[in-house]
Write a protein that binds this ligand. Structure first.
Ligand code: NDP
Ligand code: 2IT
Length: 448
């Protein structure tokens, strides 16, 4: 075993010891640092200055109580988190997730991923993530509002446009961002637009932010296909999830001539041979906040599979856009056997390590989340730019910027993978691009 390899193994063991039980965090760390062996060999200064060890330890972690009352007056207590991982490249930046599965290990895995993702965008943003173990399902608007207000009371003193800038993630969309921003404004007596992103364009938000993650994943997929002399035109696609990322990934896929035949939520998936009718999905999910099963009631030709595995649907392009570890080794094999040629991760870490191995061994194009879904946070950084200059760009201009950013991300990951001896391996390319940018800044700042 090389010295670098040995060191990486020791760092991983230390992370496991220091963060017991946080399995998603361990998984995310392992995936990144395993790519860094050739980087440590080329840059002994990173090892001397313990850059990897420092990156694996969050700069600060905030855990707070979130008490709130439901519509019947019953009191509930949730736990709020904000893990601020790294601010070498800019203020902490990353979304908030409201989901019952949220605990420190999930927030840390997301925050850790966010460091590298944000660096890959080339924008001046550090990495963070937050959220709460709150379940928004079935809650009324006023319950959501009271929860968001209480959450912000716990967090506001740690935020700021130059300090930490949250945004949305699972369970946090435009409605929640509105309540969170309103409460921040009220408590601090400041109209500080740049303190949160994903705002409505009517009051300081950027056009295209809503669409950005989904559109970005499709742009990244398009670039991966281009390298292989392929395009999205006429391809059959499957997109998991039916939330913010999935909906706008489907929209861009359709605009580029692909056919999306299935999407899902946590209860099951729908299959529509004629192609998913996106207006129906938007109406079910964005307006009615209902279940995807309603799709099959509206379109009789479609089939709904309760608890079904969406990856059994044959397709050429698969975009997992729901949640972590939703695509395992078995499903990966099924996709490859069914003729899938490209997978790009709209969600964060949706593919298990075994699944990633299958894709890489089969030689299909595989775009890891920290590169493929970086369009969302990149457009958040464009929102911060507009807020800082009190400007509002057009949809066309902002989308052009997003498109360029995704093309640059693809090129950087592709070239870096080749430079470090793993041609076409976007996992290695993305990890090294992100890590080196953060490491260089950390070296420049001295031991902090
Ligand atoms: P939404 O809350 O809008 O949608 C989430 C979707 O995933 C829903 O369809 C939801 O189904 C499904 N889902 C969530 N949890 C599970 C689960 N445990 N099992 C099965 N399905 C599940 O979130 P987003 O679309 O914003 O986020 C989706 C993914 O994309 C996440 O991994 C997020 O971290 C990542 N991401 C989001 C970005 C953004 O800008 N929003 C940027 C980059 C990455 P149900 O409604 O039944 O819960
Ligand atoms: O995972 C992510 O990149 C996000 N949820 C978006 C973060 C952001 O700050 O826009």
């Amino acid at each position: 075993m090389s010295k670098a390899r040995e060191r990486i193994e020791q760092i991983y063991q230390q992370v496991v010891r220091r963060n017991p039980g946080e399995i998603e965090f361990h998984q995310a760390v392992k995936e990144v640092i395993e790519s860094l062996e050739p980087v440590l060999e080329k840059h002994p200064e990173y090892a001397e200055q313990k850059i990897i060890e420092r990156i694996c330890e969050p700069e600060r972690q905030i855990i707070f109580r979130v008490p709130w009352q439901d519509d019947r007056g019953e009191v509930h207590i949730n736990r709020g988190f904000r893990v601020c991982f790294n601010s070498a490249l800019g203020p902490y930046k990353g979304g908030l997730r409201f989901h019952p599965s949220v605990y420190l290990g999930i927030v840390k895995f997301l925050g850790f991923e966010q460091i590298f993702k944000n660096a890959i965008t080339g924008m001046p943003i550090g990495g963070a993530k937050g959220g709460a173990d709150f379940d928004p399902k079935g809650k009324s608007d006023s319950e959501i509002m009271r929860f968001c207000q209480s959450f912000m009371i716990g967090l506001y003193q740690h935020l700021g446009e130059y300090t930490d800038v949250p945004a949305g993630d699972i369970g946090v969309g435009a409605r929640e961002i509105g309540y969170l921003f309103g409460q921040y404004k009220r408590i601090t007596n400041r109209y500080e637009s740049g303190v949160i992103t994903g705002k409505s364009p009517e009051w300081g938000g950027a056009l295209v932010r809503r669409e950005a993650t989904g559109y970005g994943v499709v742009y990244f997929t398009e670039e991966m296909l281009k390298v292989r002399g392929e395009s999205l035109e006429g391809k059959t696609c499957v997109v998991s999830g039916s939330g913010n990322v999935a909906i706008y990934a489907m929209e861009k896929l359709q605009a580029l001539g692909a056919k999306v035949v299935a999407c899902s939520d946590s209860n099951g998936f729908v299959y529509d041979e004629q192609g998913i009718d996106l207006q129906t999905v938007k109406n079910i999910k964005e307006v009615r906040r209902a279940r995807i099963s309603a799709y099959a009631q509206i379109h009789k030709r479609a089939k709904y599979f309760e608890n079904g595995n969406i990856w059994t649907v044959p397709c050429q392009v698969a975009l997992p856009c729901a949640t972590q570890n939703e695509l395992d080794e078995r499903s990966a094999r099924i996709l490859v056997e069914n003729g899938c040629i490209a997978v790009a991760e709209g969600a964060n870490m949706p593919t298990t390590p075994g699944g990633v191995r299958v894709f890489q061994e089969s030689g299909i194009a595989f775009g890891p989340g920290k590169a493929a879904n970086a369009g969302g946070v990149a457009t958040s950084a464009l929102e911060m730019q507009q807020n800082a200059s009190r400007d509002a760009w057009t949809f066309e201009h902002t989308e052009r910027r997003l498109h360029e950013i995704m093309q640059n991300i693809h090129r950087d990951c592709y070239e870096t993978a080749a430079e470090y001896g793993s041609p076409r391996n976007y996992v290695v390319g993305a990890n090294i691009v992100g890590f080196k940018r953060v490491a260089q800044a950390m070296l420049a700042f001295g031991l902090i």
